[in-house]
Design a protein around this ligand. Structure first.
Ligand code: AMP
Length: 404
């Protein structure tokens, strides 16, 4: 079966067509600047050249139409008709407490997801526009919703409650939800398989303690015990936790009022600053958020980058310590996403904090980038590895599981 995976943002739509049997990608691309001047569709059938088509896209319905036309184009397409798409898997960001796993999309599911819009106002409405557009154009095709928050619904109460009056949880469901769940789920499964293949064939996901560090532009750490998320660093929103590209991660909440008064900013302005001007960009006083730049500057000894890099790495090491305590031990520490898969300087710096766990790193294995690799030494007490994440494949697998 061919599964179309859709990840819809407010002005973009990423898509990937995956063969659910071979799990190979057949074609992929992105519609950018939907509803904005200069919109374009970038499309690539695997093994062929990338095609960029500058075309007006007033809304997501037009974008989905263009994607379907590209997939069925007589010259560059990969399908002879839409009917060859067996199902569509949609990335949905926030499912609140309602969704513990992926679901077949029905009118009730759409309504329940809309009720979570307050918790993800930038993401959920855009995701649902993508769902509606696909339903309109492919009314007979089953659609599945895969929520970023679902994997973390196994967290116990002590991990998801904040130390604020309980009535706010009761009234508004203010609690930790966590994000990147599709990635943490995929990567923890693959980390366990790699552990079985390379380290101990007798142990599987169900009896391993894994810490997954998803280090991309957004970043989060999750403690996965026996295959279940028991704690994660992002919270009610994706602002909490690690220092990120432009997001602050954890801060003393009193800083918000302090800066609002000192700088004459509104709460909304402080929140925007914490989301868009903080993290490693803020720590460099406005430098790059791309870790290729930061790492080059760090290695050249540039003070701003050294400051940002040290604070970034320190926060990751602190979370690893906390989650080792939460699970009463750790078997695997696994790095993923753009930085986790490719940046061996960050990986080395994090591991320098972990000698107390009996971790020993093989520096030449740590040079390997963008591939599955165990880079701890054979005698290391904890396995340290990198596993490339693949959220689209995870969405396709869940979609296949539900529609069949
Ligand atoms: P993501 O959000 O997962 O795409 O990650 C973005 C971050 O990953 C950026 O800071 C990039 O510097 C880093 N990154 C992505 N690809 C590479 C690569 N091939 N080599 C080094 N860093 C990379």
């Amino acid at each position: 079966m061919n599964i179309l995976v859709i990840n819809c943002g407010s002005s973009s739509l990423k898509f990937q067509l995956i063969n659910s049997v071979s799990e190979e990608t057949i074609a992929k691309g992105i519609c950018e600047r939907i509803g904005i001047d200069g919109s374009q569709l970038v499309y690539q059938a695997v093994g062929k050249d990338k095609i960029t088509n500058v075309v007006k896209m007033d809304d997501h319905l037009k974008a989905v139409k263009l994607v379907l036309n590209a997939l069925t184009d007589p010259v560059n397409g990969v399908l002879s008709s839409f009917s060859e798409i067996g199902a569509v898997g949609h990335r949905l960001v926030h499912g609140g407490e309602k969704f513990h796993s992926s679901v077949l999309i029905t009118d009730e599911v759409i309504k329940a997801t809309e009720e979570c819009n307050d918790l993800a106002p930038l993401h959920n409405p855009a995701n649902l526009i993508g769902v509606q557009a696909c339903r309109e154009l492919m009314p007979g095709t089953p659609m599945v919703g895969v929520f970023d928050t679902a994997f973390h619904q196994t967290m116990p109460e002590e991990a998801y409650l904040y130390g604020i009056p309980y009535e706010y949880y009761e009234k508004y469901k203010v609690r930790r939800y966590g994000f990147h769940g599709t990635s943490h789920n995929y990567v923890s499964q693959h980390a366990a398989l790699l552990y079985q293949a390379k380290i101990d064939a007798a142990r599987s996901l169900e009896d391993l303690k894994i810490i997954v560090c998803h280090l991309g532009n957004g970043a989060s750490v999750t403690a996965v015990k026996n295959g279940k998320s028991i704690d994660t660093s992002m919270g009610l929103t994706p602002l909490e936790g690690l220092i990120m590209g432009t997001r602050s991660g954890d801060i003393d909440p009193a800083i918000i009022e302090f800066l609002a008064l000192k700088e004459g900013m509104s709460i909304q302005e402080v929140t925007a600053m914490l989301n868009k001007k903080s993290g490693v960009v803020g720590l460099q006083n406005g430098g790059s958020s791309d870790f290729r730049d930061i790492t080059a500057d760090y290695l050249a000894g540039k003070a701003e980058a050294v400051r940002a890099m040290k604070a970034y790495v320190y926060r990751i090491a602190k979370y690893i310590g906390a989650y080792t305590a939460a699970m009463n031990g750790v078997d695997i520490i696994c790095f993923t996403a753009g930085i986790g898969e490719n940046n061996n300087v960050v990986r080395t710096m994090v591991c320098e904090y972990l000698g107390y766990l009996g971790i020993e790193i093989d520096e030449s294995a740590n040079e390997i980038k963008g591939e599955e690799v165990v880079f701890s030494k054979a005698n290391s007490k904890v396995a340290v590895m990198s596993v490339p994440t693949d959220e689209e494949l995870m969405i396709a697998r869940d979609t296949k599981g539900i529609v069949s």
